[in-house]
Write a protein that binds this ligand. Sequence first.
Ligand SMILES: NC(=O)c1ccc[n+]([C@@H]2O[C@H](COP(=O)([O-])OP(=O)(O)OC[C@H]3O[C@@H](n4cnc5c(N)ncnc54)[C@H](OP(=O)(O)O)[C@@H]3O)[C@@H](O)[C@H]2O)c1
Length: 324
Amino acid sequence: MTAVPTMKAVVCDRYGPPDVLRITEVPRPVPGPDEVLIRIRATTVNRSDCAFRAGIPQPYARLFTGLRRPRYRILGSELSGEVEVTGSAVAGFEPGDAVFGVKAWKFGAHAEYICMRENAALAGKPAGVSFEEAAAVCDGVILALMGLRRADIRKGRSILVYGASGSIGTAAVQLSRYYGADVTAVCTGQNFELIRSLGADQVIDYTEEDFTENGQTYDVIFDAVGKHSFRRSKNSLNPGGIYLATDHLQNLVLAATTRFADQKVVFPIPPRYTRQDVVFLKGLMEAGKYRAVIDRRYPLEDVVVAARYVETEQKTGNVVLTVS
Ligand SMILES: NC(=O)c1ccc[n+]([C@@H]2O[C@H](COP(=O)([O-])OP(=O)(O)OC[C@H]3O[C@@H](n4cnc5c(N)ncnc54)[C@H](OP(=O)(O)O)[C@@H]3O)[C@@H](O)[C@H]2O)c1
């Protein structure tokens, strides 16, 4: 009998703190006809990984994430690596291709190998970008893009990004700059230099100044870190202004109730992760219009330490796991 090939992976068999994660050998996935098997070189620990591991507090959420234990044992959604095997119907990738992408909802990237459909949120790795950088971009960019598109960000519009130094925040600043908007970024002073280098026109330190008190108004206020509110932002929004939310269910209610109001709340969930957006991001990175912001790097084996750090809610940009 031939032995089933195995791989090293981080498994999560029960909801709980980062210590529930453990490294073990599991069967290596086998690609279907329209899938590629990717040997992962780098992945990330992001806020979604931590929320799914800890168990989202709302009871109905467990209908999707698993009632008594996590439905998907291997977390991790962002990845970069090399195609090892292609399914019989795959035409767009070949073994050896360097790729990057995001497998949200079903996860599986905290491992040595993952299978993804050819037409999933996956593309060739941007030229001149490391595996670590390529792994650290998809989630923040796609979440930011969903909001910015709904807010019609373009030249002549002004946006304030609250929580500009996080994963979604650093993406929102860079993309708003790319679309030509006037960008005000709110973060602590220690991140000013970074955030200016990403394209912010103005920076505000929230520990020293409350932007809602300075008399400035904006077309869009993007709460990229889920720490502000529509109520507190209203007076800082222009007529017809949009408050973009990234967290908290009450924003779904507000999005429904302000739908026909002058100032609106927009909360674009559930996120849609598409191949088209990953290809768009590849183009931006190759053109030098977008760069990965990496705070810390850990080997896969240190996933517990990495998750503890992400849960401080103080990371700057993204936290990468390297897979040797
Ligand atoms: N909608 C979705 O589908 C979705 C998916 C994933 C995550 N999320 C949510 O999106 C939010 C952002 O996630 P993320 O991964 O981008 O966050 P993150 O990277 O963990 O954010 C960390 C950053 O937040 C800043 N920060 C912390 N407290 C702050 C405060 N009180 N005011 C302003 N900035 C503060 C910190 O910067 P300083 O050092 O400058 O304070 C740090 O750089 C979270 O609430 C997360 O749950 C939503």
